[in-house]
Design a protein around this ligand. Structure first.
Ligand SMILES: Cc1ncc(COP(=O)(O)O)c(C=O)c1O
Length: 452
């Protein structure tokens, strides 16, 4: 039996309940899953419950979780204060069909933490937030084009996914019209000249960027590029959108923008902003956001409409307010970062430098197999696409399966999203599981395909 079959057969043997559920799920869900990232061969693990940084699957196995609600759970699963706030709100009404004090408090807290957000509107997801940010930019500038960076993900609506042939799509998708594609320019995140050219044409309404780099910072972006974007967008009157759906309240309590010292025109938020419940928001300069306001009617061309049944829904608002108060008042990010640093160091010790590289930003930790580590951040930045490609290698999937069998659930890559409730003991156990999983998959023996 080769390593691949033995890792898989052990996985199958240990997860009969997940396998049975997958057989049912495949009859109902295309691909048998409800989110592309949850797809896993031979089948995904099905979970029953979670608490803190642990979760239990339907076969009763306990896992240390590094998916953490796809990044939404900076405070861990079912933080007691968030649970209490949501419980109280459920009893008071899940949809009041009108304005609430909670939504105002939520907006005020966000404005306090992220001062570039003078005005805000809430949605139900990050996808909706980027859709609205782009639409606002088009209305504000009267231009139609959108500048994006290859591999950067901004949700799954048309303008966010449309990618010209030959460019690596963050999420490849058919079903997008040529008309949408015609309005999108996608350049490499390090290609300063191409970005300058596109912006210089003055046909671009907005540039949208994951401020720490593609795929939550898996392919890190040099801050100089962002400073260049800020200055050229100012010169060309283009709207600069920071997509802080992942980085918001996580890189710092004020997002990546606080760390970078850059003020974007618009910011998109989701995940942490809603404390683990569904939610998103776009916020920024009053002069742009007020196009949604009713005085927008007075502006040539009219206002930008924004209905949405679950905008600022009271449950998400209750969870969001509670979570953001903790982010503001407690050393939540410090705790998550300290755990992530410990994890990063442990994984780095376990993975031979010639087999892969381990790196991270704040509470996010990435492993890229098949890229040798020379310890240089700049050379890491230069690896861009290869760091993204490393995520979908067969070896990365094998490693994830082997880690699942040893009680650790990581994101594809593997990538690790760390919370404020991962303890030293959790981290040390995770490093042990990673080390054993490397052994089981014999990945330590796989040489890197290239050096930095
Ligand atoms: C940077 C970024 N933007 C936008 C989104 C889309 O958010 P949602 O999944 O809430 O639609 C995501 C989701 O992972 C993301 O990582």
């Amino acid at each position: 039996m080769n390593e691949e079959t033995s890792v898989e057969s052990r996985f199958v043997e240990r997860h009969p309940g997940s396998q049975r559920l997958y057989q049912r799920a495949r009859q109902r869900f295309p691909g048998g899953v409800t989110h592309d990232n949850r797809y896993l061969r031979p089948f995904p693990v099905a979970f029953a419950e979670a608490q803190g940084c642990h979760k239990i699957d339907v076969d009763g196995h306990d896992y240390i979780d590094y998916v953490m609600g796809h990044g939404a759970l900076l405070l861990g699963h079912s933080d007691p204060a968030v649970v209490q706030a949501v419980r109280e709100q459920v009893a008071r009404g899940t949809h009041l069909g009108g304005a609430t004090a909670l939504e105002v408090e939520w907006a005020e807290l966000i404005g306090e933490l992220v001062p570039s957000i003078e005005r805000i509107r809430f949605h139900s997801s990050g996808t909706e937030a980027s859709l609205m940010a782009i639409r606002l930019a088009r209305a504000h500038t009267g231009r139609s084009k959108l500048l994006r960076f290859a591999g950067h993900y901004h949700g799954w609506h048309d303008a966010a996914l449309a990618t010209p042939a030959g460019v690596r799509a963050a999420v490849p998708s058919r079903g997008i019209t040529d008309a949408v594609l015609g309005d999108v320019v996608v350049v490499d995140q390090h290609d300063e000249a191409a970005a300058r050219d596109a912006l210089g044409s003055r046909t671009v309404a907005a540039v949208i960027v994951e401020p720490t780099g593609a795929a939550m910072g898996r392919a890190p972006l040099a801050p100089e590029m962002l400073h260049m974007l800020r200055s050229v967008t100012e010169q060309t009157e283009t709207v600069l959108i920071f997509d802080e759906v992942v980085t918001g309240f996580r890189i710092t309590a004020g997002g990546a923008q606080r760390q970078l010292g850059i003020t974007p025109d618009l910011t998109t938020l989701a995940k942490v902003v809603a404390g683990g419940l569904p939610g998103g928001a776009v916020g920024g300069r009053a002069g742009i956001m007020d196009l949604i306001g009713y005085d927008g009617d007075a502006v040539a061309g009219g206002r930008v409409g924004h209905p949405g049944t679950f905008n600022a829904n009271p449950l998400s608002a209750a969870a969001g307010v509670t979570a953001l108060r903790l982010v503001r008042d407690e050393p939540v990010n410090d705790r998550a970062e300290a755990a992530a640093r410990r994890l990063c160091a442990g994984l780095r010790d376990a993975l031979p430098a010639e087999a892969g590289v381990v790196y991270g930003d704040a509470s996010l930790v990435f492993v890229a197999l098949g890229i040798a580590d020379d310890g240089q951040r700049q050379t890491l930045q230069a690896q861009g696409q290869r760091l993204l490609e490393a995520k979908s290698r067969a070896a990365a999937t094998q490693l994830r399966l082997a880690m699942l069998d040893r009680g650790v659930d990581a994101m594809p890559g593997p990538s690790f999203i760390v919370s404020a409730v991962h303890t030293d003991a959790d981290v040390d156990r995770s490093v042990e599981a990673f080390t054993d999983a490397l052994d089981a998959t014999r990945l330590t023996a796989i040489p890197a395909t290239a050096t930095l």
